[in-house]
Design a protein around this ligand. Structure first.
Ligand code: SF4
Ligand code: SF4
Length: 438
């Protein structure tokens, strides 16, 4: 099969990066690279998706990686995963015995090992420049679920998702895109007095609090964490930005722990959240730090949820300033301003200690993979689930659809095709979503 066939196939299937902002995979794989890396170092506490996929479907992960290598003309492949994923490592090691161009790269259990730029450094010892991409150092990074989608060669209609926290039976599901969170939570014997609980969508570190328990699963939803409303994590994530700024003015002691522990600072990118805090505290934009020190933040949350002794939120505020700079079109050189900290190994934050700091130890339990796909009678499929334009519906209310029917497309604009995730009939189309009932 020619390369063009792969790109068209991936585009038609609506495959996007399953681990980050959802960059369309057919665009990413048009690049030429030296190395394709599978990011299996899932680092969000409590989520089990990638480790289970690598354990249950290692052949597909390797097949997807090989297609990505052919497409990008990469001569090397690597699968980066954590030392604690013992079963996945065992299976992959056997399968990779006759694959000399693919390396299994085992990293420690630290946060944020799954930040693609940390993983690129772990594997290649190269630092992605500020405002740059892994491609700037010859790498293309794809998520485990994305590799499986590439190998499967069929429309993306399901999302693998861990449901954890205050539920009696945490599980990892294959859920049809558009499934209501509430249905998955019910399946896990979650709370019924929902007014006392909150949902974090994504992981505890980078996820956001979602008010709507009936919000739909998208191609990017890797986890749902249910926590009591009074939990410190919910408190912090729902604190108003105006309160964060007031607190910064009152108690930021400029200890710089946020910067000293920032993974992007440590790697040499010059990220300095304490300067952002200084600038905001003094209402002095000249004290915020240079542009590269702000835009290199990856929003990992480590400074806010682990490093700061005053319970401030330097990560959120740095990201807020970053977004406002990017909106203004501010640019900086693609550079790596500093050397990587020689103490990087010692500064890595062990996931277990992070979980304890987040007060999540009681929830750090198994969430077994349920290989039987979850079934639902109704889905609400968003027309914008990731980076790119809003997809345009191609069918009308009343149209019968099957699982895999093309519902909406972005034509030649940046984005991805959207397919029906169940058999049924379209019952509603709005500017934001398509509703289908079985
Ligand atoms: S935000 Fe927190 S860690 Fe950073 S300088 Fe201020 S007090 Fe220190
Ligand atoms: S969120 Fe904080 S620790 Fe993470 S990259 Fe940004 S500044 Fe650094």
């Amino acid at each position: 099969m020619s390369n063009i066939d792969y790109i068209q196939r991936i585009k038609d299937a609506g495959i996007v990066g399953a681990g980050g902002a959802g960059f369309p995979t057919h665009v990413k794989l048009k690049a030429t690279a030296e190395t394709v890396i599978i990011n299996g170092a899932e680092c969000e506490p409590l989520l089990k998706v990638d480790q289970q996929l690598m354990e249950f479907y290692p052949e597909k992960v390797i097949a997807g990686l090989k297609i990505a290598m052919i497409q990008t003309k990469a001569t090397k492949g690597a699968i980066g995963l954590k030392v604690k994923y013992k079963k996945a490592i065992e299976k992959l090691e056997v399968l990779l015995q006759d694959e000399p161009s693919i390396e299994l790269h085992v990293v420690g259990d630290f946060y944020p090992a799954g930040d693609e730029q940390q993983l690129v450094y772990e594997i290649t010892k190269k630092v992605v420049p500020v405002m740059g991409l892994p491609l700037d150092v010859g790498c293309v990074v794809i998520n485990v679920a994305t590799a499986i989608h590439i190998a499967e060669n069929k429309p993306v209609t399901e999302r693998i998702i861990t449901v954890a926290g205050e539920v009696k039976n945490p599980q990892t599901f294959f859920a049809p895109i558009g499934t209501k969170f509430s249905e998955l939570i019910k399946e896990c014997d979650g709370p019924t007095d929902i007014e006392n609980y909150s949902i974090i969508v994504g992981g505890p570190m980078m996820g956001h609090v979602e008010e709507d328990w009936d919000a739909p699963v998208t191609k990017l939803t890797g986890g749902i964490i249910i926590l009591p409303k009074r939990h410190t994590l919910i408190d912090k994530k729902t604190r108003k930005t105006t309160t964060d700024i007031k607190l910064t003015k009152a108690i930021c002691c400029q200890c710089s722990y946020c910067t000293e522990m920032c993974p992007r600072y440590i790697i040499g990118k010059g990220t300095e959240p304490h300067k952002v805090m200084r600038g905001l505290a003094n209402e002095d934009s000249s004290a915020l730090g240079v542009i590269s020190s702000v835009v290199s933040c990856c929003d990992c949350g480590l400074c806010s949820l682990y490093a700061c002794p005053m319970d401030l939120d330097p990560g959120k505020l740095t990201n807020m300033v970053k977004q406002s700079l990017l909106k203004k079109g501010v640019k900086t050189e693609k550079i790596v301003p500093f050397e990587t900290d020689v103490l990087r190994e010692n500064k890595k934050v062990p996931t277990k200690r992070l979980i304890a700091r987040l007060e999540l130890t009681d929830y750090n339990v198994a969430a077994p993979l349920n290989e039987i796909p979850f079934t639902t009678n109704e889905v609400k499929i968003l027309l914008k689930q990731h980076i790119g334009v809003v997809a345009t519906p191609l069918l009308n209310v009343g149209s019968p659809v099957s699982k895999g029917t093309l519902l909406a497309s972005c034509k030649d604009k940046l984005g991805a095709c959207i397919h029906s995730s169940i058999n049924g009939r379209i019952t509603k189309i709005t500017e934001n979503y398509i509703e289908i009932k079985a």
